[in-house]
Design a protein around this ligand. Structure first.
Ligand code: SF4
Length: 359
Protein backbone atom coordinates (compact mmCIF):
# COMPACT_ATOMS: atom_id res chain seq x y z
CA UNK A 1 0.00 0.00 0.00
CA UNK A 2 1.40 3.38 -0.83
CA UNK A 3 1.43 5.63 2.19
CA UNK A 4 2.40 9.13 3.10
CA UNK A 5 3.84 9.40 6.60
CA UNK A 6 1.25 10.75 8.98
CA UNK A 7 2.17 12.73 12.07
CA UNK A 8 -1.12 11.93 13.74
CA UNK A 9 -1.58 9.03 16.14
CA UNK A 10 -4.44 6.60 15.57
CA UNK A 11 -4.21 5.51 19.21
CA UNK A 12 -7.52 5.61 21.05
CA UNK A 13 -7.95 8.87 22.88
CA UNK A 14 -8.12 8.33 26.67
CA UNK A 15 -11.76 7.81 27.60
CA UNK A 16 -12.83 7.88 23.98
CA UNK A 17 -13.86 4.25 23.71
CA UNK A 18 -17.55 4.98 24.23
CA UNK A 19 -17.53 8.69 23.51
CA UNK A 20 -19.93 10.05 20.96
CA UNK A 21 -20.24 13.56 19.69
CA UNK A 22 -23.07 15.33 17.91
CA UNK A 23 -23.32 15.23 14.14
CA UNK A 24 -21.99 18.25 12.28
CA UNK A 25 -24.34 20.62 10.48
CA UNK A 26 -24.72 20.30 6.69
CA UNK A 27 -22.51 23.29 5.83
CA UNK A 28 -19.67 22.07 8.03
CA UNK A 29 -20.09 18.57 6.57
CA UNK A 30 -19.74 19.96 3.03
CA UNK A 31 -16.58 21.79 4.05
CA UNK A 32 -14.84 18.76 5.54
CA UNK A 33 -15.88 16.45 2.69
CA UNK A 34 -14.43 18.99 0.26
CA UNK A 35 -11.21 19.18 2.31
CA UNK A 36 -10.94 15.36 2.20
CA UNK A 37 -11.43 15.47 -1.57
CA UNK A 38 -8.55 17.91 -1.97
CA UNK A 39 -6.32 15.79 0.29
CA UNK A 40 -7.03 12.47 -1.42
CA UNK A 41 -7.48 13.48 -5.06
CA UNK A 42 -5.36 16.62 -5.49
CA UNK A 43 -2.64 16.34 -2.84
CA UNK A 44 -2.74 12.54 -3.02
CA UNK A 45 -2.12 12.16 0.67
CA UNK A 46 -3.80 10.01 3.30
CA UNK A 47 -6.20 11.48 5.82
CA UNK A 48 -5.24 11.99 9.44
CA UNK A 49 -7.13 10.42 12.33
CA UNK A 50 -8.67 13.82 13.11
CA UNK A 51 -9.92 14.23 9.53
CA UNK A 52 -11.45 10.74 9.58
CA UNK A 53 -13.04 11.44 12.95
CA UNK A 54 -14.69 14.58 11.57
CA UNK A 55 -15.96 12.68 8.50
CA UNK A 56 -17.42 10.02 10.80
CA UNK A 57 -19.72 12.69 12.22
CA UNK A 58 -21.29 14.14 9.09
CA UNK A 59 -25.11 14.01 9.37
CA UNK A 60 -27.02 11.16 7.72
CA UNK A 61 -28.07 13.50 4.90
CA UNK A 62 -24.41 13.91 3.94
CA UNK A 63 -23.65 10.17 3.74
CA UNK A 64 -24.39 10.08 -0.03
CA UNK A 65 -21.79 12.84 -0.54
CA UNK A 66 -19.30 10.91 1.59
CA UNK A 67 -20.01 7.77 -0.43
CA UNK A 68 -19.62 9.62 -3.74
CA UNK A 69 -16.20 10.85 -2.67
CA UNK A 70 -15.22 7.32 -1.58
CA UNK A 71 -16.21 6.01 -5.01
CA UNK A 72 -14.13 8.65 -6.77
CA UNK A 73 -11.19 7.88 -4.50
CA UNK A 74 -11.33 4.16 -5.28
CA UNK A 75 -11.44 4.90 -9.03
CA UNK A 76 -8.50 7.30 -8.75
CA UNK A 77 -6.36 5.08 -6.47
CA UNK A 78 -7.36 1.57 -7.62
CA UNK A 79 -8.97 1.79 -11.06
CA UNK A 80 -12.35 0.57 -12.29
CA UNK A 81 -11.97 -3.21 -11.90
CA UNK A 82 -13.80 -5.24 -9.29
CA UNK A 83 -12.14 -8.40 -7.98
CA UNK A 84 -14.35 -11.43 -7.44
CA UNK A 85 -13.45 -14.17 -4.98
CA UNK A 86 -15.04 -17.41 -3.83
CA UNK A 87 -14.34 -18.91 -0.42
CA UNK A 88 -14.61 -22.51 0.70
CA UNK A 89 -14.88 -23.66 4.27
CA UNK A 90 -12.65 -26.72 3.89
CA UNK A 91 -12.71 -27.58 7.59
CA UNK A 92 -15.70 -26.30 9.51
CA UNK A 93 -16.42 -25.95 13.23
CA UNK A 94 -14.78 -27.37 16.32
CA UNK A 95 -12.37 -24.45 16.68
CA UNK A 96 -10.76 -24.16 20.13
CA UNK A 97 -10.74 -20.33 20.04
CA UNK A 98 -13.54 -18.26 21.58
CA UNK A 99 -14.11 -15.39 19.12
CA UNK A 100 -17.46 -14.19 20.46
CA UNK A 101 -18.99 -13.64 17.02
CA UNK A 102 -18.16 -17.06 15.63
CA UNK A 103 -20.48 -20.05 15.42
CA UNK A 104 -17.50 -22.31 14.63
CA UNK A 105 -16.07 -21.99 18.14
CA UNK A 106 -16.34 -25.12 20.26
CA UNK A 107 -16.74 -22.82 23.27
CA UNK A 108 -20.35 -22.02 22.30
CA UNK A 109 -23.46 -24.11 21.85
CA UNK A 110 -24.25 -23.41 18.19
CA UNK A 111 -25.75 -25.40 15.35
CA UNK A 112 -22.47 -25.68 13.44
CA UNK A 113 -21.16 -29.23 13.46
CA UNK A 114 -17.45 -29.95 13.32
CA UNK A 115 -16.48 -31.57 10.01
CA UNK A 116 -13.10 -32.92 8.86
CA UNK A 117 -11.01 -31.47 6.03
CA UNK A 118 -12.89 -31.82 2.72
CA UNK A 119 -11.41 -34.25 0.24
CA UNK A 120 -9.40 -33.12 -2.75
CA UNK A 121 -12.20 -33.57 -5.31
CA UNK A 122 -14.56 -31.35 -3.31
CA UNK A 123 -11.95 -28.60 -3.07
CA UNK A 124 -11.15 -28.80 -6.81
CA UNK A 125 -14.85 -28.76 -7.72
CA UNK A 126 -15.44 -25.63 -5.62
CA UNK A 127 -12.37 -23.95 -7.15
CA UNK A 128 -13.63 -24.68 -10.68
CA UNK A 129 -17.09 -23.29 -9.87
CA UNK A 130 -15.43 -20.15 -8.50
CA UNK A 131 -13.25 -19.74 -11.60
CA UNK A 132 -16.29 -20.22 -13.85
CA UNK A 133 -17.84 -17.11 -12.29
CA UNK A 134 -14.89 -15.04 -13.51
CA UNK A 135 -13.24 -14.95 -10.10
CA UNK A 136 -9.48 -14.49 -9.86
CA UNK A 137 -9.10 -15.63 -6.25
CA UNK A 138 -10.17 -18.80 -4.43
CA UNK A 139 -9.73 -18.93 -0.66
CA UNK A 140 -9.46 -22.17 1.31
CA UNK A 141 -10.60 -21.45 4.87
CA UNK A 142 -10.04 -23.67 7.92
CA UNK A 143 -11.56 -23.21 11.38
CA UNK A 144 -8.39 -23.70 13.41
CA UNK A 145 -6.24 -21.75 15.87
CA UNK A 146 -3.34 -22.39 13.50
CA UNK A 147 -2.29 -25.20 11.16
CA UNK A 148 -0.80 -28.39 12.66
CA UNK A 149 1.67 -30.39 10.59
CA UNK A 150 -1.05 -32.59 9.05
CA UNK A 151 -2.95 -29.49 7.94
CA UNK A 152 0.21 -27.94 6.53
CA UNK A 153 0.86 -31.08 4.49
CA UNK A 154 -2.71 -31.05 3.09
CA UNK A 155 -2.51 -27.37 2.21
CA UNK A 156 0.84 -27.79 0.51
CA UNK A 157 -0.65 -30.59 -1.61
CA UNK A 158 -3.84 -28.71 -2.46
CA UNK A 159 -2.53 -25.25 -3.27
CA UNK A 160 -0.39 -26.15 -6.33
CA UNK A 161 -3.06 -28.59 -7.47
CA UNK A 162 -5.79 -25.92 -7.48
CA UNK A 163 -3.50 -23.31 -9.01
CA UNK A 164 -2.25 -25.56 -11.82
CA UNK A 165 -5.45 -27.50 -12.59
CA UNK A 166 -7.92 -24.62 -12.24
CA UNK A 167 -5.72 -21.62 -13.07
CA UNK A 168 -6.82 -19.37 -10.24
CA UNK A 169 -4.91 -17.57 -7.48
CA UNK A 170 -5.14 -19.50 -4.23
CA UNK A 171 -5.59 -17.82 -0.88
CA UNK A 172 -5.55 -19.59 2.47
CA UNK A 173 -7.00 -18.74 5.88
CA UNK A 174 -5.70 -21.10 8.56
CA UNK A 175 -5.12 -18.98 11.64
CA UNK A 176 -1.99 -18.03 13.51
CA UNK A 177 1.31 -18.94 11.79
CA UNK A 178 4.90 -19.43 12.85
CA UNK A 179 7.63 -17.87 10.75
CA UNK A 180 8.50 -21.29 9.32
CA UNK A 181 4.89 -22.03 8.38
CA UNK A 182 4.53 -18.66 6.67
CA UNK A 183 7.69 -19.34 4.66
CA UNK A 184 6.53 -22.82 3.61
CA UNK A 185 3.09 -21.59 2.54
CA UNK A 186 4.65 -18.78 0.51
CA UNK A 187 7.07 -21.19 -1.14
CA UNK A 188 4.16 -23.58 -1.75
CA UNK A 189 2.38 -21.04 -3.92
CA UNK A 190 -0.10 -19.35 -1.57
CA UNK A 191 -0.81 -16.02 -3.23
CA UNK A 192 -2.70 -14.31 -0.42
CA UNK A 193 -3.16 -15.27 3.23
CA UNK A 194 -6.19 -14.12 5.17
CA UNK A 195 -5.76 -13.16 8.79
CA UNK A 196 -8.21 -10.64 10.17
CA UNK A 197 -7.49 -8.08 12.85
CA UNK A 198 -11.31 -8.13 13.31
CA UNK A 199 -11.47 -5.10 15.60
CA UNK A 200 -9.39 -2.39 17.24
CA UNK A 201 -6.65 -3.42 19.62
CA UNK A 202 -8.41 -1.55 22.44
CA UNK A 203 -11.64 -3.56 21.92
CA UNK A 204 -10.21 -6.97 21.06
CA UNK A 205 -10.12 -8.32 24.66
CA UNK A 206 -13.94 -7.88 24.79
CA UNK A 207 -14.26 -10.20 21.79
CA UNK A 208 -11.55 -12.87 22.12
CA UNK A 209 -9.86 -14.23 25.25
CA UNK A 210 -8.02 -17.31 23.92
CA UNK A 211 -5.47 -15.36 21.91
CA UNK A 212 -4.31 -11.78 21.81
CA UNK A 213 -4.54 -9.01 19.27
CA UNK A 214 -0.74 -8.96 19.30
CA UNK A 215 -0.63 -12.62 18.16
CA UNK A 216 -2.86 -11.67 15.24
CA UNK A 217 -0.70 -8.68 14.47
CA UNK A 218 2.46 -10.86 14.51
CA UNK A 219 0.97 -13.27 11.97
CA UNK A 220 -0.01 -10.36 9.72
CA UNK A 221 3.61 -9.20 9.83
CA UNK A 222 4.94 -12.68 9.00
CA UNK A 223 2.65 -12.99 5.98
CA UNK A 224 4.05 -9.85 4.40
CA UNK A 225 7.65 -10.60 5.41
CA UNK A 226 7.45 -13.98 3.68
CA UNK A 227 6.15 -12.52 0.45
CA UNK A 228 2.44 -13.39 0.53
CA UNK A 229 -0.17 -10.73 0.05
CA UNK A 230 -1.96 -9.96 3.30
CA UNK A 231 -5.75 -10.06 3.37
CA UNK A 232 -6.73 -8.53 6.71
CA UNK A 233 -10.41 -8.14 7.45
CA UNK A 234 -12.59 -6.32 9.93
CA UNK A 235 -15.91 -7.15 11.53
CA UNK A 236 -18.05 -4.12 12.31
CA UNK A 237 -21.02 -4.02 14.65
CA UNK A 238 -19.66 -5.88 17.68
CA UNK A 239 -20.15 -2.93 20.03
CA UNK A 240 -16.99 -1.01 19.16
CA UNK A 241 -17.17 2.79 19.16
CA UNK A 242 -16.63 5.13 16.22
CA UNK A 243 -13.26 6.07 17.74
CA UNK A 244 -12.29 2.40 17.84
CA UNK A 245 -13.22 1.96 14.17
CA UNK A 246 -10.89 4.82 13.33
CA UNK A 247 -8.23 3.31 15.60
CA UNK A 248 -8.64 0.10 13.58
CA UNK A 249 -8.07 1.96 10.31
CA UNK A 250 -4.76 3.20 11.71
CA UNK A 251 -3.80 -0.32 12.82
CA UNK A 252 -4.62 -1.64 9.36
CA UNK A 253 -2.33 0.98 7.87
CA UNK A 254 0.45 -0.37 10.08
CA UNK A 255 0.15 -3.92 8.67
CA UNK A 256 -0.24 -2.66 5.07
CA UNK A 257 -2.72 -5.23 3.72
CA UNK A 258 -3.32 -5.75 0.01
CA UNK A 259 -6.96 -6.48 0.80
CA UNK A 260 -9.40 -5.56 3.56
CA UNK A 261 -12.66 -7.54 3.66
CA UNK A 262 -15.36 -5.57 5.46
CA UNK A 263 -17.70 -7.88 7.37
CA UNK A 264 -20.77 -6.81 9.30
CA UNK A 265 -21.90 -8.81 12.30
CA UNK A 266 -24.67 -11.23 11.44
CA UNK A 267 -25.44 -12.37 15.01
CA UNK A 268 -25.25 -16.16 15.28
CA UNK A 269 -27.51 -18.02 17.69
CA UNK A 270 -25.62 -19.48 20.62
CA UNK A 271 -22.71 -17.03 20.47
CA UNK A 272 -22.16 -14.29 23.07
CA UNK A 273 -23.07 -11.68 20.41
CA UNK A 274 -26.32 -13.43 19.43
CA UNK A 275 -28.54 -10.60 20.69
CA UNK A 276 -26.58 -7.70 19.33
CA UNK A 277 -28.39 -5.34 16.94
CA UNK A 278 -27.16 -5.36 13.37
CA UNK A 279 -25.54 -2.29 11.84
CA UNK A 280 -28.18 -0.17 10.10
CA UNK A 281 -27.88 0.16 6.29
CA UNK A 282 -26.96 3.85 6.24
CA UNK A 283 -24.38 3.37 9.00
CA UNK A 284 -22.90 0.50 6.98
CA UNK A 285 -22.57 2.77 3.93
CA UNK A 286 -20.99 5.50 6.06
CA UNK A 287 -18.33 3.08 7.33
CA UNK A 288 -17.65 1.45 3.97
CA UNK A 289 -16.96 4.97 2.69
CA UNK A 290 -14.78 5.80 5.71
CA UNK A 291 -12.70 2.64 5.34
CA UNK A 292 -12.11 3.57 1.69
CA UNK A 293 -11.22 7.15 2.59
CA UNK A 294 -8.89 5.90 5.33
CA UNK A 295 -7.33 3.15 3.19
CA UNK A 296 -7.45 4.60 -0.32
CA UNK A 297 -5.27 2.06 -2.13
CA UNK A 298 -6.45 -1.28 -0.66
CA UNK A 299 -8.70 -3.84 -2.26
CA UNK A 300 -11.81 -3.23 -0.15
CA UNK A 301 -14.01 -6.28 -0.27
CA UNK A 302 -17.70 -6.65 0.45
CA UNK A 303 -17.77 -9.72 2.70
CA UNK A 304 -19.95 -11.47 5.30
CA UNK A 305 -23.16 -9.93 6.57
CA UNK A 306 -23.62 -7.53 3.68
CA UNK A 307 -26.89 -9.02 2.44
CA UNK A 308 -28.67 -8.87 5.81
CA UNK A 309 -27.12 -5.51 6.73
CA UNK A 310 -27.52 -3.55 3.50
CA UNK A 311 -30.63 -5.35 2.23
CA UNK A 312 -31.78 -3.37 -0.87
CA UNK A 313 -28.73 -1.09 -0.74
CA UNK A 314 -26.21 -3.61 -2.11
CA UNK A 315 -25.47 -1.55 -5.21
CA UNK A 316 -24.92 1.60 -3.14
CA UNK A 317 -22.17 -0.26 -1.30
CA UNK A 318 -20.47 -0.78 -4.65
CA UNK A 319 -20.54 2.97 -5.25
CA UNK A 320 -19.26 3.80 -1.75
CA UNK A 321 -15.68 2.61 -2.19
CA UNK A 322 -15.92 -1.18 -2.51
CA UNK A 323 -13.89 -2.78 -5.32
CA UNK A 324 -14.11 -6.50 -4.55
CA UNK A 325 -16.77 -9.06 -3.72
CA UNK A 326 -17.03 -12.45 -2.10
CA UNK A 327 -19.61 -14.24 -4.19
CA UNK A 328 -21.63 -17.25 -3.16
CA UNK A 329 -21.88 -18.46 0.41
CA UNK A 330 -19.83 -17.42 3.40
CA UNK A 331 -18.35 -19.78 5.97
CA UNK A 332 -21.46 -20.42 8.04
CA UNK A 333 -24.07 -18.19 6.43
CA UNK A 334 -25.62 -18.11 2.98
CA UNK A 335 -24.91 -15.31 0.54
CA UNK A 336 -27.20 -14.27 -2.30
CA UNK A 337 -26.78 -15.98 -5.67
CA UNK A 338 -23.58 -15.22 -7.60
CA UNK A 339 -25.74 -14.45 -10.64
CA UNK A 340 -27.41 -11.56 -8.76
CA UNK A 341 -24.00 -10.11 -7.87
CA UNK A 342 -22.66 -10.48 -11.40
CA UNK A 343 -25.82 -8.83 -12.76
CA UNK A 344 -25.32 -5.97 -10.28
CA UNK A 345 -21.75 -5.44 -11.53
CA UNK A 346 -22.94 -5.53 -15.12
CA UNK A 347 -25.71 -3.02 -14.37
CA UNK A 348 -23.15 -0.73 -12.72
CA UNK A 349 -20.77 -1.20 -15.68
CA UNK A 350 -18.05 -2.34 -13.33
CA UNK A 351 -15.60 -4.67 -15.09
CA UNK A 352 -14.43 -7.81 -13.29
CA UNK A 353 -10.66 -8.08 -13.11
CA UNK A 354 -7.74 -9.17 -11.01
CA UNK A 355 -6.39 -6.39 -8.81
CA UNK A 356 -3.02 -7.95 -8.05
CA UNK A 357 -0.56 -10.24 -9.71
CA UNK A 358 -2.12 -13.30 -11.33
CA UNK A 359 -0.37 -16.62 -11.47
S1 SF4 B 1 -13.08 -16.78 14.04
FE1 SF4 B 1 -11.61 -18.36 13.38
S2 SF4 B 1 -10.23 -18.57 15.16
FE2 SF4 B 1 -12.09 -17.52 15.91
S3 SF4 B 1 -13.44 -19.17 16.68
FE3 SF4 B 1 -14.01 -18.78 14.54
S4 SF4 B 1 -12.84 -20.24 13.31
FE4 SF4 B 1 -11.87 -20.13 15.35
Amino acid sequence: MSTTAQPVSFSPRPGAARASRPALDAAEARRIIRAAEVALLDERRQLTAEELDALAHVPDGSVPSLAALAHEVRLAWCGPEVEVEGILSAKTGGCPEDCHFCSQSSAFDTQVLATPFLDTDEVLRAARETADLGASEFCIVLAVRGPDERTMTRLLELVPMVRDQVGINVAVSAGILTDEQARRLAEGGVHRYNHNLETARSYFPQIVTTHTWEERHDTCRLIAENGMELCCGVLLGMGESDAQRIELIGQLRDVAPAEVPVNFLNPRPGTPLADRMMVKPLEALRWIALFRLGLPSVILRFAGGREVTLRELQALGMTSGINALIVGNYLTTLGRSPEDDLQMLDDLRMPIGALSKVI
